[in-house]
Ligand binder design. Structure first.
Ligand SMILES: [Zn+2]
Length: 112
């Protein structure tokens, strides 16, 4: 892979990482101003909201780790190489999922 491309993917990864960190709650408010707890809001819908948020956070932390690993691979000079078959990962796939570790063929095999 050309160094210009490496820099491009590195920039994408760094930006995505900043995005995730910025989206993560820096503080947890104990009570919202003007909280309406206890009135007509359906309790079960509040609970499902919470589940969605927890799931998102877990996905984000996995993604963050994958991004960190990809940045590390750029530093090591192994970025863009499939961890399974050691072929080059197609640039179209890297554009779509720049933190990927495997090529599309190996990804398909993992699913099968
Ligand atoms: Zn592969």
């Amino acid at each position: 892979m050309r160094s210009g491309d490496l820099k491009k993917y590195g920039d994408i990864l760094e930006r995505k990482k900043e995005e995730l960190i910025a989206a993560a709650p820096a503080r947890t408010p104990t009570a919202e101003p003007g909280s309406k707890s206890g009135d007509w809001i359906d309790q079960s819908s509040q609970e499902s909201d919470l589940h969605v948020r927890l799931a998102l956070k877990q996905t984000d932390s996995k993604l963050l780790r994958a991004i960190d690993e990809a940045i590390h691979r750029i530093e090591q000079g192994t970025y863009g190489i499939c961890m399974e078959c050691e072929n080059e990962i197609a640039s179209a796939r890297l554009e779509a999922v720049p933190w990927t570790r495997v090529c599309i063929d190996c990804k398909a095999k993992q699913r099968g």
